[in-house]
Design a protein around this ligand. Structure first.
Ligand SMILES: Cc1ncc(COP(=O)(O)O)c(C=O)c1O
Ligand SMILES: [Zn+2]
Length: 498
């Protein structure tokens, strides 16, 4: 919609100008560093960073209703950079000028209510937020759009050149990093480190297709992460892992969008988030709290972290008594929720801080962590995908989490639950195939349930000439084949002849 068609009182606010006082806040020593450089860790003490806005209180100059109206109207503005995560520019990354925003179509992903039958069977009013419907087919594009917009901004303003962006990945970060780096053309080159054999074929093809240098290393993600950390400590590289606080900042957009999709009424919801490095859940809590501080929402929803019993350090931490909680990395076992198969989450100190603040802001315990079994992840993914929805294995993990939360009394029967389906189902189709063939390696501890298995039926009728690629059948052979194949299919389907 053209600017002159918007309500007059909003017109001057539709396209934001850079503002605020964003800075790197060190979680260890408490120092604040100005955002002139890309830092991954505190330059003084090596601590983990979060980006915080020292002048955030300027948002208080306007009531929550103003922000709600502005964001809702901005949805109709056809200005590319503001169509995605930067619809919420003032709350997200007000430092970045609109001209530097990299927009590839990320964000504003569909929120879909599950069919009633599925909700009834699960026992909750279920919604799926399809974050696999992002350009590189996972939620990681949210954080990558923020990180690359910032990089573009400093490359332009500081005349940087020959930037090399690197990341380690369970498959989705590398796909997003390679895609967004490619969008910056010759300004930036990218390299990704992957655990060999521990990412799916589509995930491997993505960075290759986007022109990134791809390195396959032994071990699991946690091992690749150590190598990337060493690289970023000893060489001039731009780290695109979620250690990079710009990534976490961008992922806050999930919370803003969800609020908008529920007309800013979130108090009766429980949000289910599959957790690996814990960057996403940190960002979601941070975004929700920001909205509450400035009256955009009134009540914080419940947040439920979901982890597989094969990779569950966050669950283990929160299942200890509060007084004697000790964080211990775990050695992961094979998980079908492979993208979240992380034993030593990079963002653990961030999530710890957020949970504490979240429960305080909500004035009661609103954060929960649940653990689910690999079998439940697969069974739920397949069952949900038979209901007009498309979830990946991590989405299946989320739905398994909803069932677990119902069992534990975190949710009451019929409560509303929103599952973040973090990647596109097709990226993880090989787990579905292996399940249908009942060939998942023993380590996964998953067996196919006959009622969920679906396999192609081979039609190759006997006694008639079969068509073959590159050959043309005679009309008689063709007619014989077509009627025999149709008859086999009709038998298989139990069709009655007309
Ligand atoms: C599809 C998918 N789901 C979930 C996760 C876990 O998210 P986070 O690492 O932010 O906890 C990841 C990546 O780690 C992922 O790629
Ligand atoms: Zn520090």
């Amino acid at each position: 919609m053209k600017i002159e068609y918007f309500p007059e009182d909003l017109q001057e606010f539709l396209v934001p100008s850079p503002a605020g006082g964003l800075g790197y806040n060190c979680l260890k020593c408490g120092k604040i560093h100005p955002p002139k450089k890309l830092y991954y860790t505190c330059p003084d003490c090596g601590g983990l960073l979060l980006l915080e806005d020292a002048r955030e209180d300027r948002l208080k100059e306007r009531p929550g209703k103003f922000w709600r109206r502005l964001f809702d109207y901005r949805r109709m503005l056809n200005l590319q950079p503001l169509r995605g995560i930067f619809t919420f520019h003032e709350f997200l990354a007000p430092l970045i000028p609109v001209e530097d925003i990299v927009y590839l179509g990320e964000g504003h992903t569909p929120l879909v209510a599950a069919p009633e039958d599925l909700s009834r069977e699960v026992g909750a009013t279920l919604f799926i937020k399809h974050d696999g419907q992002n350009p590189s087919a996972s939620f990681k594009d949210r954080g990558m759009a923020a990180a690359l917009s910032y990089l573009k901004y400093i490359i332009r303003t500081q005349n940087l050149s020959d930037v090399l962006a690197v990341c380690a990945s369970t498959g989705d970060t590398s796909a997003a990093a390679a895609l967004y780096s490619a969008a910056l053309g010759s300004q930036i080159k990218s390299a990704v480190l992957l655990p060999k054999g521990k990412v799916t074929l589509p995930q491997l093809s993505q960075p290759l297709g986007a022109g990134a240098k791809v390195f396959e290393l032994p071990g699991v993600f946690d091992d690749c992460m150590k190598v990337v950390e060493y690289l970023s400590d000893h060489y001039e590289v731009a780290l695109l892992n979620s250690k990079n606080p710009w990534r976490v900042l961008g992922q806050e957009s999930y919370a803003y969008e969800l609020a908008q999709q529920f007309d800013y009424e979130l108090g009766d919801l429980a949000l289910f988030v599959p957790v690996g490095n814990a960057g996403n859940i940190t960002a979601i809590m941070s975004g929700l709290m920001k909205m509450k501080r400035y009256g955009v929402i009134e009540t914080l929803p419940k947040i439920v972290a979901v982890q597989s019993s094969h990779a569950d350090p966050v669950f283990r931490y929160y299942s200890q008594l509060e007084s004697d909680r000790v964080y211990k990395p775990v050695t992961v076992r094979p998980s079908v929720a492979q993208a979240a198969m992380i034993g030593d989450p990079v963002s653990f100190p961030r999530v710890q801080k957020m949970v504490e603040e979240y429960n305080k802001a909500a004035e009661e315990g609103r954060f929960f962590a649940v653990q689910v079994r690999e079998q439940a992840i697969m069974d739920n993914m397949i069952a949900v995908n038979r209901s007009g929805l498309t979830v990946c294995t991590q989405g299946g993990e989320g739905v398994a989490g909803v069932r677990e939360a119902l069992k534990l009394g975190i949710l009451a029967h019929g409560d509303k639950a929103v599952v973040d389906s973090t990647a596109h189902a097709l990226k993880f189709a090989e787990f579905q195939s292996a399940y249908f063939e009942d060939k998942l390696d023993e380590g996964y501890e998953v067996r196919a349930k006959a009622e969920l298995v679906n396999r192609p039926v081979d039609i190759s009728p006997a006694g008639v000439p079969l068509p073959a690629a590159g050959e043309t059948q005679s009309p008689e052979d063709r007619a014989a084949y077509v009627s025999a194949a149709a008859s086999d299919i009709a038998n298989a389907l139990g069709l009655k002849a007309r």
